[in-house]
Design a protein around this ligand. Structure first.
Ligand code: ASP
Length: 336
C-alpha cells in the first residue's frame, strides 16, 4: 500500500466519524454529562419525608432516562427533549400536566430548546392546548424558519405538524388549583397583584442540559410560568439567552422569577463570561446567581464543553439531578 493510501485509511474514518457526529464540536474529550431541574421553588423543609421522596423519585426517573439514552450514544438535543417530555407529563412539576394556573384559572405554557454547535433554536409561548410544548418548540426549530411562535399560531402549527393537542383542562391538578385560590385570596386581602406570594408558589419549571459523548451541547426548558400570572404574560423560558441557551461553550436552563432572568439575560451572560472573560463555569454561573440576581430569584443548571456541571440557586431549594459518565448520579432538593 502506498503512503497516500495508508494515510487515507487513517484519516478517512476519522473524518467520517467527525462528520456523522456533528463536525462543529471542537472539544473531543470523551464522556457525557447531564443535569436536570424541576424548578427553584420553596417546598418547605418541613414537608413530610414521603412527599419529598416522591419528588426525588420523579427526578430520578427522568435523570435515569437521560443517562440510559446517553450511554446508548444519543445526541444531546434528543436527550434534552426526551427528558423534558417526561417531566412535562409528570404532574409534580409546573410544566405540561401540573402547570400552574394563570389569573383566569387557565394554563398558558412556554418552552424552548437549543442546540449548541449549530445555534439552532425553537420556542413557543402562551400555548394552551399542546400536550408537550418542548416537542412543539423543537418543531419550530426544525420545520420553520422562525425561532419563536406564540398562541393560536403556534397551536395551528402544532396541528399542521402532528404535535399532540389536548384540552386546556388536561393540565389541571387539584394542588395547583388550591395554590391559585390561596394566591387570589391573598391578593384580595392585601390588594397586591404582584406580591411575594406569587413567587413562593411558583415552583416546578423543568429543564435539562446535556453534553453528549461527542461533545455536543443542548438545553431545553418548559414551564407553566408563575401562579396567577397575568393573562398573556410570557416569562424567560421561551426567551433564548434569558431562560435557556446553548453554544459551543456551555448549555444553560434557568428557573425562577422570569422577569429577573430576562432583565439580566442570565443564560447568555454566563456564556459570555466564559467565552470572552475566560471564567470557569462555576465562577460564571455563581456570579449571575449570587451577585447579579436577588436572593430568592431562583437558580439554574449548566454543563460546559468539558462536561463540568453546575447547579447554583439562591432560593431555599431547587429540584435537581446531576449525572455523568464518571459515575456521578445525584438528586437533591435543598442545599447539601
Ligand atoms: N421562570 C419561569 C417563569 O418565569 C418560572 C419558574 O421557573 O418557576 O415563567
Amino acid at each position: 500500500m502506498t503512503f497516500h493510501a495508508r494515510l487515507a485509511c487513517v484519516v478517512l474514518p476519522w473524518f467520517l466519524v467527525a462528520c456523522a457526529g456533528g463536525a462543529a464540536v471542537k472539544s473531543a474529550r470523551p464522556g457525557w454529562a447531564i443535569a436536570i431541574h424541576g424548578g427553584a421553588g420553596v417546598l418547605s423543609r418541613n414537608t413530610p419525608p414521603d412527599q419529598v421522596r416522591e419528588f426525588e423519585a420523579a427526578l430520578e426517573q427522568a435523570l435515569r432516562l437521560g443517562v440510559e439514552r446517553l450511554q446508548a450514544g444519543a445526541a444531546a438535543l434528543d436527550v434534552c427533549e426526551a427528558v423534558v417530555r417526561v417531566l412535562e407529563d409528570d404532574p409534580h412539576f409546573n410544566a405540561g400536566k401540573g402547570a400552574v394556573f394563570n389569573e383566569k384559572g387557565e394554563h398558558e405554557l412556554d418552552a424552548s430548546i437549543m442546540e449548541g454547535h449549530t445555534r439552532r433554536c425553537g420556542a413557543v409561548a402562551g400555548v394552551r392546548t399542546v400536550k408537550n410544548p418542548i416537542t412543539l418548540a423543537r418543531a419550530v426549530m426544525e420545520q420553520t424558519r422562525h425561532v419563536l411562535l406564540m398562541g393560536d399560531g403556534a397551536e395551528q402549527f402544532a396541528t399542521s405538524v402532528g404535535v399532540e393537542r389536548v384540552p386546556n383542562s388536561h393540565f389541571d391538578t387539584e394542588h395547583r388549583r388550591q395554590v391559585l385560590d390561596e394566591v387570589l385570596l391573598e391578593r384580595a386581602r392585601t390588594g397586591m397583584v404582584d406580591g411575594p406570594q406569587q413567587r413562593q408558589n411558583a415552583y416546578g419549571t423543568v429543564g435539562c442540559v446535556v453534553r453528549d459523548g461527542d461533545g455536543r451541547l443542548a438545553a431545553a426548558t418548559s414551564t407553566g410560568g408563575m401562579t396567577a400570572k397575568r393573562f398573556g404574560r410570557v416569562g424567560d423560558t421561551p426567551v433564548i439567552g434569558a431562560g435557556n441557551y446553548a453554544d459551543d461553550t456551555v448549555a444553560i436552563s434557568c428557573t425562577g422569577t422570569g422577569e429577573q432572568f430576562i432583565r439580566h439575560v442570565v443564560a447568555h451572560a454566563i456564556a459570555a463570561r466564559m467565552a470572552f472573560g475566560g471564567q470557569t463555569l462555576a465562577a460564571a454561573s455563581r456570579a449571575l446567581v449570587f451577585d447579579v440576581l436577588q436572593p430568592g430569584d431562583g437558580g439554574l443548571i449548566a454543563v460546559d464543553r468539558d462536561g463540568n456541571l453546575a447547579a447554583p440557586f439562591n432560593s431555599e431549594g431547587m429540584y435537581r439531578g446531576l449525572a455523568d459518565s464518571t459515575g456521578t448520579f445525584v438528586v437533591r432538593i435543598f442545599e447539601d
